[in-house]
Design a protein around this ligand. Structure first.
Ligand SMILES: [Zn+2]
Ligand SMILES: [Zn+2]
Ligand SMILES: [Zn+2]
Length: 361
């Protein structure tokens, strides 16, 4: 994620809605992948200082302040590109849900930013009603409206089905996410991680399922026609495959080829976003300047794809060593608690290849 500049020269961050120096309203322009300050023109409309164009605030910006994105003035929509993807939002009659919703939207927008920068297709359900991307933020139903415990409880699983990404609202609650992390013996569990993982399932359907890449996918990840329900039952009954550390990017990836793909995809998105951040801060390790992998190169041949991945991964190894070292100095857990075995590296290279072939980067 890069930082942005206000018209006053102040550095701005992706989630900002007001400049702390000049006080101007800020908004993100999805059509320009840019955060901009706004002034009112002589007709009272909001004009972006970054490109001079006129915009409106998204309705979730003005009504709830859970969004900081803008809608081009001539677009016939109340909601921004990100909020248009919402299929179900949390029940706002529950007091704490507004804050949880805010966190969910933040993580969603961060995912979308990277998808836009990678120039991957983000198609909403008004264009493709059965397969387009949509989000449902749902809560477990454990009590009735009077607070009485239900005999038949309904627990929401975070997951993906035919374009709809469902996220359990509880995952936006730090304490319950940490509880799940402990329970499942995971060393990394974040809200953005869920969005990235589930987007992997969406893109598997879009980019791999009916494509020429399917054979290469199977050669690397295994046969995805393996019964998913049995694989899941086995995973939760017996735990991850033995010695998973030597083969998979995470324990969960060992459950089924689809989960392996989604974990690898999420990992790739962690890498490119974090590398973009480091590059934006002009970060160097031992004299090696971190490059931004989200800059268009205009090159699409196989040799470039292979060398660009090697470069990206070398930057990543240097950067994560520093990242973990800094966290340890602060007495925090490792920011990057992963070791990438060689087979997982081949899979990450494949994700890079698929992304490069799909996008115009
Ligand atoms: Zn400013
Ligand atoms: Zn919005
Ligand atoms: Zn999954």
């Amino acid at each position: 994620m890069k930082t942005f500049l206000c018209q006053c020269g102040n550095k701005l961050h992706f989630s900002n809605s007001q400049c702390v120096v000049c006080g101007l309203l800020l908004g993100f322009l999805p059509d320009d992948v840019q955060l901009s300050a706004f002034t009112r023109n002589r007709f009272g409309n909001l004009q972006a200082s970054s490109n001079g164009r006129i915009y409106r605030q998204c309705k979730n910006y003005t009504d709830y302040n859970v969004c900081n994105w803008m809608v081009p003035f001539d677009e016939n929509h109340d909601y921004c590109q990100s909020c248009q993807l919402n299929d179900i939002i949390p029940n706002l009659d529950v007091e704490q849900n507004k804050q949880l919703w805010y966190r969910l939207e933040q993580a969603k927008r961060r995912l979308l930013y990277t998808l836009y920068k990678l120039k991957l297709p983000v198609v909403n359900r008004s264009v493709e009603p059965d397969t387009g991307l949509g989000f449902a933020f749902l809560e477990d139903q454990v009590a009735d409206e009077y607070g009485n415990e239900l005999t038949v409880k309904n627990f929401v699983s975070t997951g993906h089905h035919a374009g709809i990404i469902t996220i359990n609202v509880n995952e936006a609650q730090h304490s319950s996410r940490m509880q799940m992390r402990e329970l499942l013996n995971e060393n990394y569990r974040t809200l953005i991680g869920h969005f990235r993982h589930e987007s992997g399932h969406y893109y598997w359907d879009r980019l791999i399922k009916n494509s020429a890449q399917l054979m290469q996918f199977r050669a690397l990840f295994g046969d995805e026609t393996l019964d998913y329900a049995t694989a899941m039952q086995d995973y939760y009954a017996k735990g991850p495959k033995q010695n998973w550390q030597n083969v998979w990017v995470s324990a969960y990836a060992s459950m089924h080829p689809w989960e392996d793909w989604a974990e690898t995809w999420a990992h790739y998105l962690h890498m490119v976003d974090t590398l973009e951040t480091a590059s934006d801060f002009d970060f160097s390790v031992s004299g090696n300047k971190v490059a931004n992998p989200l800059v268009a190169s205009g090159q699409h041949d196989q040799v470039y794809t292979a060398t660009s991945f090697t470069h990206l991964f070398n930057d990543w190894c240097r950067l994560t060593a520093v990242l973990n070292g800094l966290n340890r100095s602060m007495g925090l857990d490792d920011a990057y608690p992963f070791v990438i075995p060689i087979t997982a590296l081949d899979k990450l290279r494949f994700v890079h290849q698929v992304v490069m072939e799909t996008s115009e980067l």
